[in-house]
Design a protein around this ligand. Structure first.
Ligand SMILES: Cc1cc2nc3c(=O)[nH]c(=O)nc-3n(C[C@H](O)[C@H](O)[C@H](O)COP(=O)(O)O)c2cc1C
Length: 196
């Protein structure tokens, strides 16, 4: 049995393209791994706490931090993570940034090796990104989806040890005539190309 964690960072509920794309990805995963357990973590419902000075000193003292502890435990349990990341002002939603700030923790998701170099502790997981953007940037010479979202998420996920990251991207959702069929985008999930 596989554990699938769906992280939602769109405030748009049933009208969200990244949530629907995430669910289409999960449908493919469940077809391949029947009896998988799916957990949904909605960051807009959670309102992850921003890092403040108390969090930062607690991180260093390793005191109990309940939200951070809970989401790190959930991520450690997951085999597959479907991470919804709609574009807001050329970056990720603030709730997703706050969530990321709560999962990067020494002794929990990163550590030092004997030679002093850092190592990410979350191994053996696959992250599928469900990215959406209102604009259509392909062939425009300006690529904020890859430059600011894929690169950022790839960097931070690599930092905590996750090195298999597969992006699925929908652009142009703000067009008045926009329609999309989510399932074909991720139907060949086995052969989807990972970020290098
Ligand atoms: C406040 C706000 C800021 C946005 N900023 C951008 C942006 O910088 N670039 C872009 O292409 N689309 C932008 N969009 C459009 C969203 O990326 C688009 O609506 C996308 O479908 C959101 O994902 P969702 O459907 O899962 O909520 C913005 C939308 C809102 C409401």
């Amino acid at each position: 049995m596989k554990n699938i964690l769906h992280i939602i960072s769109s405030p748009m509920g049933d009208r969200s393209h990244s949530i629907k794309l995430g669910r289409a990805i999960i449908k493919q995963l469940v077809l391949k791994h029947q009896k998988s357990k799916v957990i949904e973590r909605n960051l807009l419902a959670d309102n992850p706490p921003y890092l403040d000075s108390l969090h930062i000193s607690a991180f260093f003292k390793n005191e109990k931090l309940s939200y951070s502890d809970a989401i790190i435990a959930e991520i450690k349990e997951a085999d597959f993570i479907v991470l919804g990341a709609p574009m807001y002002n050329f970056g990720v939603h603030a709730a997703l940034k706050a969530f990321i700030d709560q999962i990067v923790r020494f002794g929990h998701t990163i550590s030092y090796q004997e030679d002093g170099t850092k190592i990410g502790l979350l191994k053996g997981k696959i992250v599928y990104l469900a990215i959406t953007a209102g604009g259509n940037y392909k062939n425009s010479g300006f690529d904020p989806v890859n430059d600011y979202i894929v690169n950022y998420l790839n960097t931070i996920l690599n930092y905590i040890g996750i090195d298999t990251i597969i992006p699925f991207i929908i652009e142009g959702t703000a067009r008045p005539d926009f329609v999309v069929d989510y399932e074909p985008i991720c139907s060949d999930i086995e052969n989807a190309v990972q970020v290098n």
